[in-house]
Write a new protein. Structure first.
Length: 94
């Protein structure tokens, strides 16, 4: 298992056909574990629900991917970044 995305930016979201791993641990849209399956099976599950397959943790064995709407996932990431920035600001002032 190589680090396929090592040179990419940290903020780049790898989704759908950009995922280069053979097997993935899949998390469903309701955040329940669906198990370990091939990338093709996971893509077909995501397509059946009209959602996207997004790589969450690349360095895990096997890597973790989640079935979610891509725009919603991007929004959640931006929201979490803002909260983290706010917490570092509060901690600096204390």
């Amino acid at each position: 298992m190589g680090n396929f995305y090592k040179n990419n930016h940290k903020d780049k979201i790898v989704s759908n056909h950009q995922i280069k791993f053979d097997t993935l641990r899949i998390i469903g849209p309701d955040r329940t574990a669906l198990g370990i399956m091939s990338t093709k099976e996971a893509m077909s599950l995501a397509k059946a629900e009209n959602l996207d397959l997004v790589l969450i943790v690349e360095k895990a064995v096997p890597p973790v991917a989640r079935i979610v709407e891509l725009n919603k996932y991007k929004y959640e990431q931006q929201k979490n970044e803002k909260v983290q920035i706010w917490f570092t600001f509060v901690i600096k002032w204390k």
